[in-house]
Design a protein around this ligand. Structure first.
Ligand SMILES: Nc1ncnc2c1ncn2[C@@H]1O[C@H](COP(=O)(O)OP(=O)(O)OP(=O)(O)O)[C@@H](O)[C@H]1O
Ligand SMILES: [Mg+2]
Length: 193
């Protein structure tokens, strides 16, 4: 249902939403740029390339690059099924299609960033609520990968979504990883963690 709502947006509305997402990031740049004082401050940042109706991350990626952030993309783990690894992403990074048809950097051990060393991870989602719970695509890839973070980690998990993906309550399972913040085309929600 939520996915239908998301996928029903017209191409123009999709484009405006994507630009809005980047603009929200830029408007809150002080929060994302200030080391030590803000838990959303980031230098090493995992983002993802948009797939099937998700909000287009291309303008946000451009804004992150313009702000001098170091970017990483998820790659399906070659040996541990269900886990993601994060690999450096630059404009000239060689890419391939994974088994889901999603573009990912060609595996290069030298370019891998351990998840605990990332300052923030932007995640896709199908639905979110005002408690900062996220519903993903059901594969558990992000939940499984984020479960590797140490208890005292300082990695901000930030969901990206259209405003129409907000629901009253997301069904919450013990393994679901809560979000630190959610960025939409109209605002930034932050949560105390
Ligand atoms: N930390 C974990 N350890 C083991 N299995 C897990 C873990 N997290 C999730 N899973 C498994 O993954 C399955 C899917 O989880 P869930 O429905 O929360 O996916 P999702 O959050 O929608 O997906 P994603 O995280 O990829 O966006 C669950 O049935 C669960 O068994
Ligand atoms: Mg989950």
């Amino acid at each position: 249902m939520i996915r239908q709502r998301r996928n029903a947006l017209s191409p123009v509305a999709q484009q405006q939403a994507a630009q809005g997402l980047a603009l929200q990031f830029t408007q809150h740049l002080a929060l994302f740029d200030t080391p030590q004082t803000d838990k959303l401050a980031m230098q090493h940042v995992a983002i993802y390339l948009t797939h099937e109706g998700e909000i287009d991350t291309a303008p946000l990626i451009a804004a992150l690059q313009a702000a001098g952030k170091t970017l990483y993309l998820p790659v399906l783990h070659p040996f541990a099924p269900g886990f993601l690894i994060f690999q450096r992403y630059e404009p000239n990074t060689p890419m391939r299609q994974n088994r889901f048809g999603i573009a990912e950097p060609m595996l290069n051990c030298h370019e891998i960033k351990p998840v605990a060393e990332l300052d923030s991870i932007f995640t896709p989602l199908v639905a979110f609520d005002l408690q900062g719970q996220r519903l993903g695509m059901g594969g558990g890839f992000y939940d499984r990968t984020l479960a590797q973070l140490p208890a005292n980690h300082r990695c901000a998990i930030i969901g990206l979504a259209h405003d129409c993906q907000l629901v009253d309550t997301v069904p919450n399972e013990p393994w679901d990883h809560p979000l630190s913040a959610i960025l939409t085309p109209s605002r930034l929600y932050t949560f105390k963690r």
